[in-house]
Design a binder for this molecule. Structure first.
Ligand SMILES: *Cc1c(COP(=O)(O)O)cnc(C)c1O
Length: 385
């Protein structure tokens, strides 16, 4: 159902606007309708129109979103979920069985760490956190039972860059699957399936939706067997998005290319300015030539993205900056048109306290929005004092 026919033929921005989004055949509606229905009339028992029977199993608005997502990630199939964590959970359960071992980034998204550490371990999954930017360390951590390599690049919140093609080689040698959480880069900047990944996961809540008005997730693959397992979990466990949420995400996707370019323009200027600021001890931004992952980033990413983290002198100073900005809103999440600031140690990554994944208390994270960059710079520099 979610196989894309147009993915091959058009450029990214065209696919974002048209893939899976033909004018409605019955009315000509140019925009995909919100199919607010739980069930579908059958023409005689089992006589389904267009394959739809119940909206947990399938819904035309969701199908449009899935086809568009597949096209943007250069995948054959996409499955939409009610959140990024629901998509993460579905992928982990599609691939792993009790007794399996998985590798996760040693600075993984806090929610992913929590899901693995607090929930999946109860079901017999073992895990090892590894620095994914170090391929030798990754290779050394593989066990005979390793079935999955979970990658985020750039990571949250330290913007570490992992070599996706290198990891794909390690996964293939180990007969394991490589999953890439592509939330931070978005498919506009990086397409992991083309670099050898088996599955791409998204929190569509972030750049794909892009307007901080909807929570959602997705898993994209070109492997029909994996897709079948994901579809089975989508229907069998039921963590699906409703048609309104699918529609909002689809609307956000249309402008992904232009938004990402502006996010990158603004973030590049802000990263340079932070790097020159006397109160800033370190800037983490893959677009900066001084970033340790810059070379790999240049190889696999179109540009550096819209996320920046930086270190100040103390936790107190970090909390102070977070409380003093006016345009940068103090809030969790990222990827919306508006700029956000947060303190990972106390907010998004509080659940990693005391673990190997704990983040520095002096760290501040920015989600750089698409406002006028001069206004953003003024705001930040004033807050830094
Ligand atoms: C937000 C986020 C998630 C989780 O997605 P939700 O939509 O909040 O469930 C997963 N990975 C990364 C990198 C994220 O930023």
């Amino acid at each position: 159902m979610s196989q894309t026919s147009s993915g091959e033929r058009f450029g990214f921005a065209t696919n974002a606007i048209h893939a899976g989004q033909e004018p409605d055949p019955t009315t000509g509606s140019v925009i995909v309708p919100i199919h607010a229905t739980s069930t579908y009339a059958q023409d005689g028992v089992g006589g389904l129109r267009g394959g739809y029977e119940y909206s947990r199993t399938g819904n035309p608005t969701r199908t449009a979103l899935e086809e568009c997502l597949a096209a943007l990630e250069s995948g054959r199939f996409a499955r939409a979920f009610g959140s990024g964590m629901a998509a993460t959970d579905a992928v982990l359960r599609a691939v792993c069985r009790p007794g399996n071992h998985i590798l996760i980034p040693n600075d993984a998204y806090g929610g992913t760490f929590r899901l693995v550490d607090k929930i999946l371990t109860q079901w017999g999954i073992e895990y090892t956190p590894v620095p994914l930017s170090d391929l030798d360390a990754v290779r050394a951590a593989v066990r005979p039972t390793t079935r999955l390599l979970w990658c985020e690049t750039p990571t949250n919140p330290l913007l570490t860059v992992a070599d996706i093609a290198g990891l794909a080689g390690i996964a293939a040698d180990a007969d394991a699957r490589l999953v890439v959480d592509n939330t931070f880069a978005s498919p506009y900047l990086q397409t992991p399936l083309a670099l050898g990944a088996d599955v791409v996961v998204h929190s569509t809540t972030k750049y794909l939706g892009g307007h901080s008005d909807v929570v959602g997730g997705a898993a994209v693959t070109s492997d029909p067997e994996l897709d079948e397992k994901l579809a089975f979990l989508q229907n069998g466990a039921g963590a699906v998005p409703g048609p309104f949420d699918a529609w909002l995400t689809l609307r956000g996707l249309k402008t992904l290319a232009v938004r990402m370019d502006r996010h990158c323009d603004n973030a590049e200027r802000i990263a340079v300015a932070l790097g020159e600021h006397p109160r800033v001890r370190a800037v983490y931004y893959p677009g900066l030539p001084t970033h340790p992952g810059h070379e790999v980033a240049v190889k696999q990413m179109r540009r550096g993205g819209g996320m920046i983290s930086f270190l100040v002198d103390s936790e107190e100073a970090a909390l102070e900056v977070c409380s003093r900005t006016r345009l940068f809103t103090l809030a969790e999440s990222l990827g919306g048109v508006e700029s956000l600031i947060e303190h990972p140690g106390r907010m998004t990554h509080a659940s990693t306290a005391g673990s190997q994944l704990q983040v520095p208390a002096e760290l501040v994270r920015l989600s750089v929005g698409i406002e006028d960059v001069d206004d953003l710079l003024d705001d930040l520099l004033t807050a830094l004092g």
